[in-house]
Write a protein that binds this ligand. Structure first.
Ligand SMILES: *Cc1c(COP(=O)(O)O)cnc(C)c1O
Length: 485
């Protein structure tokens, strides 16, 4: 129902008003015949045809049918500065005309790569005895986490402890889709395809209070208990076998899982106790998403390696990397000799020039500070109102990311049977009504561009509320839900 749109179809700005060069059906036919998409069921896709996105501006994207959609997900958590930013496009053009490509192998560099490394080092706060003066570049979050595996093992080899190989991640964590990235992550559906995880990677349970908290347990106590699963795992494996622990500050793809405030400090205590390296995967959480340039600062822990990608370029071109803390950098640089690792596109001049322009823009518009002190708190206040909705078990935000869980029984927190696909039903209403909101099981999540105004937050909240109401009515009609609205 309601797939014919509710959102007004507004003509795009003049600069974007070029008609799509092909009609929707032609694109869909070509697409379905030749293009294998990421995370897509192709039999299903062939029957309905892909949604074709044609252009974007600000916080909105338009599809080939002319429908305007509020992008509540910043693409895939990356378009932090919003769409249509001319200075970012100009930086790419200038760099392409100046030096479109050169590599960083064999004692060579380029100006944007060196400038960006210095910039990132200046943005990454020192914590305690950890400081970040070095960066290693890749082109994605997945590659960066592959780099982390290489670097962590090299570090322990150089220190004469080659038996320290095991890296501990978390169930429902997401660290990318390469062999190492998918192995570090804890997505069972990914592990099931292709014999993952690879050896010497193991997982502990996630700190998801709503699901894993015990009756009567406080959130603070749960945070300590959840961190304790790391210590249990370390002791089970033998502390001298463990190389590193990896986690997202707030789990993104897992459904915006926000850990209790006690969790990360306790994780820090445990990794310190056993001398284990700590990897903070901030591919989503860095560059303003949580109101800080880097999210370890928000939660007060001291990582050795920080994975970044997505927001560093606001997604305009691919770039990722690892911030290498002094503990690891000192060993790699002073004792390491040549590190036999790198990518053709490490330190790509265009990607680095785009990142510099993006970071400059974010500084000029104070996007990070706005999330911390202005639009973040405003979103938190508006999103919390959804807790009054009969279908919502818990709605919460962290910076400019938010999640809510759809429940069958608000009083007891009882969830729907996962086979009913209630989250996907809700997502269908969102798409149909001009809002991109993602479903992770029955958790509905958003992570909008950081440029939103209060009025745009209000507009998004009205859409979310309307879609929750439509979902509720739909579930009743299907006989899946009986609570009174
Ligand atoms: C998206 C993501 C990745 C993978 O990044 P890609 O650029 O898709 O390879 C890794 N870690 C986290 C936390 C992510 O959200």
């Amino acid at each position: 129902m309601n797939s014919n749109s509710f959102a007004p179809v507004i003509a795009p700005p003049a600069i974007l008003a070029k008609a799509p060069a092909m009609d929707t059906k032609t694109v869909q036919a070509m697409d379905s015949a030749h293009y294998i998409h990421s995370f897509t069921d192709h039999a299903d896709l062939a029957t309905r045809g892909a949604r074709v996105m044609t252009h974007a501006d600000g916080i909105y994207v338009w599809d080939s049918e002319g429908k305007k959609i509020l992008d509540g997900m910043s693409g895939l958590w990356c378009v932090n500065a919003g769409y249509g930013r001319k200075e970012i496009a100009d930086a790419a053009y200038q760099q392409m005309m100046t030096l479109p490509y050169y590599n960083s192998f064999f004692q060579t560099t380029n100006i944007p790569a060196a400038k960006l490394a210095a910039k990132l080092a200046s943005l990454a706060p020192s914590v305690g005895d950890r400081s970040f003066n070095h960066v290693f570049y890749s082109s994605s979050g997945s590659e960066s986490n592959d780099t982390n595996v290489r670097m962590v093992r090299r570090y322990w080899d150089l220190l004469g402890q080659p038996q320290r190989k095991t890296i501990i991640g978390r169930i429902n964590g997401y660290h990318g889709s390469t062999m190492a990235g998918a192995s570090l992550g804890g997505m069972s559906g990914m592990h099931a395809q292709g014999d993952l995880p690879i050896p010497n990677i193991t997982h502990i349970e996630q700190p998801y209070f709503f699901e894993n908290g015990l009756p009567g347990e406080s959130e603070a106590d749960f945070g300590i208990r959840a961190a304790g699963w790391l210590e249990t795992k370390i002791l089970e494996l033998g502390a001298d076998k463990v190389a590193a622990f990896i986690g997202e500050p707030v789990q993104g793809a897992g459904g915006v899982i926000i850990p209790p405030s006690t969790y990360w400090p306790e994780i820090q205590r445990i990794v310190d106790k056993y001398g284990i390296l700590l990897i903070s995967d901030e591919v989503i959480c860095a560059f303003g998403r949580l109101g800080h340039w880097f999210a370890y600062e928000k939660f007060g822990y001291k990582p050795d390696l920080v994975t970044f990608a997505k927001g560093v370029t606001s997604g305009y071109v691919p770039l990722g990397g690892v911030m290498v803390g002094n503990r690891v950098a000192d060993v790699l640089i002073e004792k390491g000799g040549e590190f036999n690792h790198g990518y053709t596109y490490s330190g790509h001049p265009v990607a680095c020039a785009v990142a510099l322009a993006n970071l400059e823009l974010m500084e000029r518009e104070n996007l990070v500070g706005r999330v911390k002190d202005d639009i973040g708190p405003y979103l938190a206040k508006r999103f919390a109102e959804l807790n009054n909705h009969p279908l919502v078990g818990l709605a919460e935000t962290c910076g400019f990311a938010a999640g809510l869980v759809l429940v069958k029984d608000k009083a007891t927190g009882e969830c729907f049977d996962s086979s009913l696909g209630v989250g996907m039903i809700c997502r269908g209403h969102c798409f149909g009504n001009g809002l991109i909101m993602r479903a992770v099981g029955d958790r509905m999540i958003i992570a909008p561009p950081l440029i939103m105004t209060h009025a745009q937050i209000d507009e998004m909240m009205a859409l979310i509320l309307r879609c929750l109401d439509l979902t509720a009515a739909d579930l009743k009609q299907r006989g899946l839900w009986s609570a009174n609205l």
